[in-house]
Write a protein that binds this ligand. Structure first.
Ligand code: SF4
Length: 400
């Protein structure tokens, strides 16, 4: 199999907020030390919905990159790049579009949802319909094994898998594949070759997933195979096709959902957000003035944390003992709301201190961010070009 790789992107929406941090970035920071990760600014995606006003894209891109770095995304561990600087994404998008049934795109749940939500925009465009396919190209071009997503994005990953499968089925036919695969089987050595053939038969004749799993594990361990032979043997296990594109898995992330100050989804446009690098005094003011359980009109009125947006912040930011203190104190009117909010204020300020420090060096010298991105784009492009060589060849466009 191709090496494990994680790919994830974010649209350039400008300065990020704590909802982005707890919903995605914190998870990126964890993943980067576990697997090779590629994180990209999805600037073309921004154009799918904001094609009529691209004025903010460039500034937002650099602001967002500084936020990523501030949050702890580490360029020595992960590759950071900008989608439009790797034009191979567009080429793969175009080539995939040739064989992607229109219905697959029309039935993506977010297609109609977004059109309804963004009713003030004319999204009856070719680019908007095709954005899940561009997303598929973003991931498939790196042969990513995993894509970190929330529940709502699972259908997109499912579609990426279908697209990869269809591509392999249509274009994985290699001249003399059967013979080349048989040659590759021999390279496993006689014992392993015998086992491979047995497991392949068990899978193909009886549909044994166990046998398939065992055979895949054996191929993963086989040191003496070239990458291309390994892929042939993976393809041969399941049929008579080479696996050119990898089917990625959705990596469901257990991220904490931090709502906005009013309990709705945190969003800059709703005016209920705390920026990732918010000033301390602003954090204090925002939390001190955020709404609480509406039943607590006076200090002496008991409240209910379940009806209070501050409680959601406690869930993310404070420990069990503090939460117990809140629950008891709120329900018995033993504590006041300002008192209750203080541990949240302290925790946010503490969380943001290192972010401010990390961001400062990039604000002082923006060329550092430019250099990180230039390196990231180079690295991403090399990986993308490897895949595109195989894709072009498979689609009869290699002209060697
Ligand atoms: S005491 Fe805390 S949980 Fe209760 S209403 Fe006030 S802010 Fe909300």
């Amino acid at each position: 199999m191709y090496p494990d790789r994680v790919v994830s992107g974010m649209r350039p929406t400008g300065a990020l907020h704590l909802g982005h941090y707890h919903g995605a970035l914190k998870n990126w920071v964890r993943l980067q030390s576990e697997l090779p990760c590629l994180f990209f600014v999805a600037d073309w995606h921004a154009l799918t919905t904001h094609y009529d006003d691209p004025s903010q894209i460039e500034t937002s891109t650099w602001d967002m990159l500084i936020d990523w770095l501030a949050a702890g995304v580490d360029p020595s561990q992960a590759t950071l790049f900008i989608q439009s600087r790797v034009p191979e994404h567009a080429e793969l998008h175009l080539l995939l579009s040739m064989a992607t049934p229109l219905g697959w795109l029309e039935r993506v749940p977010t297609y109609k949802d977004q059109q309804e939500k963004l009713a003030d925009r004319d999204l009856a465009t070719y680019g908007f319909l095709g954005y899940p396919l561009l997303q598929a190209a973003d991931v498939l071009i790196y042969r990513a094994s995993q894509v970190p997503v929330g529940d709502d994005q699972v259908p997109h990953v499912e579609m990426m898998r279908e697209i990869a499968r269809r591509f392999n089925h249509l274009y994985g036919k290699e001249k003399g594949f059967e013979e080349k695969a048989q040659e590759a089987v021999k390279k496993l050595g006689s014992k392993r070759a015998k086992l491979y053939n047995e497991l392949r038969t068990q899978f193909q004749q009886e549909g044994s997933e166990d046998a398939l799993g065992q055979a895949k594990a054996m191929l993963d361990d086989a040191q003496n195979l070239s990458m291309i032979d390994r892929e042939r043997l993976f393809g041969f296990l399941e049929g008579s096709r080479k696996l050119i594109l990898t089917e990625p898995q959705a990596l469901l992330t257990e991220s904490s959902r931090l709502p906005g100050l009013d309990g709705q989804k945190m969003s800059k446009s709703y005016g209920n957000a705390i920026a990732l690098r918010e000033d301390k005094d602003v954090v204090t003011k925002k939390i001190r003035t955020m709404p609480t359980d509406p039943a607590r009109v006076r200090r002496t009125d008991p409240g209910n944390p379940d009806k209070c947006p501050v409680w959601q912040f406690h869930v993310v930011y404070t420990d069990d003992a503090t939460r117990e203190w809140v629950t008891k104190g709120c329900r018995s009117a033993g504590i006041g709301c300002l008192e209750c909010k203080q541990p949240v204020i302290d925790a946010i300020i503490k969380e943001q201190e290192p972010m401010h420090e990390r961001a400062q060096q990039y604000l002082d010298d923006p060329s550092l961010v430019r250099a990180i991105v230039a390196d990231g784009c180079d690295h991403a492009r090399k990986l993308a070009q490897d895949t595109m060589r195989d894709v072009r060849e498979a689609m009869g466009l290699s002209y060697n």
